[in-house]
Design a protein around this ligand. Sequence first.
Ligand code: DAH
Length: 360
Amino acid sequence: MTDLDTLEGDLLGQVGSASDEASLDAVRVAALGKKGSISELLKTLGGMTPEERKERGPLINGLRDRVQGAIATRREALAEAALEARLSAERIDITLPVRDAPESRGRIHPISQVMDEITAIFADMGFSVAEGPDIETDDYNFTALNFPPGHPAREMHDTFFLAPDHNGQRKVLRTHTSPVQIRTMRSQEPPIRVICPGRTYRHDSDQTHTPMFHQVEGLVIDKTATIANLKWVLEEFCRTFFEVDAVKMRFRPSFFPFTEPSAEVDIQCSRKGGEIRFGEGTDWLEILGCGMVHPNVLRNCGYDPDFVQGFAFGMGIDRIAMLKYGTPDLRPFFEADVRWLEHYGFRPLDIPSLVAGLTS
Ligand code: DAH
C-alpha cells in the first residue's frame, strides 16, 4: 500500500464518519485547505522532474478528485438527513381528532330532561314549581293528607322509617310528593297552581321499581276549580308531553285518602311489535292518580272547604320517561354508568321549550 492509498483511506474514513456539516468542513480544510494534506502534495508537483510529474500527477489529482467527490456526496447526505430530522420534529399530525368542548361532551340525565319538559308544559299553563324535603314528618306524609292512624294505606306505601329522634318521633323518607301539597297550602293563600317534582322513596325494587324514584304532584286550589278543569289540564299535558295531536284518556274511579272523588288515569296506546305508541291503538296504560282535594285536607291546612276547592294529581316521572324514550329497565337510570348516559342522555343545550320543541 502506498502512502497515497493510506492517506486516501484515512480521509475517506474521516469524511464517512463526519456527523454534521461543521466536522465535514474541518475534514475538507485539513485535506484541501491552503495547508491541507492534499494541497501540500499538489505543491510538490512543481519540484518534480517531468517523468515524475507524469507518474505522480494523475495519482495526486485522482486522490484530490475522489476526496472532493466524497465530501460533496457526504455534504448532500448530511443536508438531507438534517432536513429529514427537522421535518419529523416539526410535524403536526393533522389527523388527530379535535376534542369535543365540555358543553358537548356532558349529558343531561333523562329524568332531569323529562322534569324540565314537564316544568315547561305546566309553566305554560300558569303553574309554578314548589318543593319540599325528602325527609318528612309522619304528619306531612300521611296524617295531614287524611291517612287515618293505623290505616292500611300507610302500609301500602312500603315506607322507609328513620330512627326515632329525641322526641320519639319517627321521620320518614317521603313516599310520595303529596306532602308538598300540604306545605304549599300551609304557607300560601289561594289561588294556588303548583307542580311539585322531586324524589320519593319506597321499599321496592324490580325492573320497573327502584327504592328511590321520582314523582310530580300537581295542585290547583281556588274558588271554582272543577273536575272538568282537571281533565283539560291532564289532557293538555299528555298531548304535549307525548307530542301527539290527540290522546284518549280514561278516568277510572279509585281511592286515595286525600282526594274525593279519586280517579286513576289511563291513556290510550298501541303495543304492536313491542313498541308503545300514544294517540292510537286499543290498549290502555295507567299513568297517574288524581282527584278533587278532600275537604279534610283543606281543613288540615287551615282552609274552609265551603269557600275553596281544588284538584290534585300525582304522576311517576321515571315511568313516563321510560315510555317516552324507550328504555326497557328502570334500574340503569340510577347506576351512573357513563356509557348508558352517553346513549340515553341529552345534550346540555337541548333545553326543552314549548316554542322550540320539547325534543328537538
Ligand atoms: N300520591 C299518590 C301516590 O303516590 C299519587 C296521587 C294520587 C297524587 C292522587 C295525587 C292525587 O295528588 O290526587 O300513589
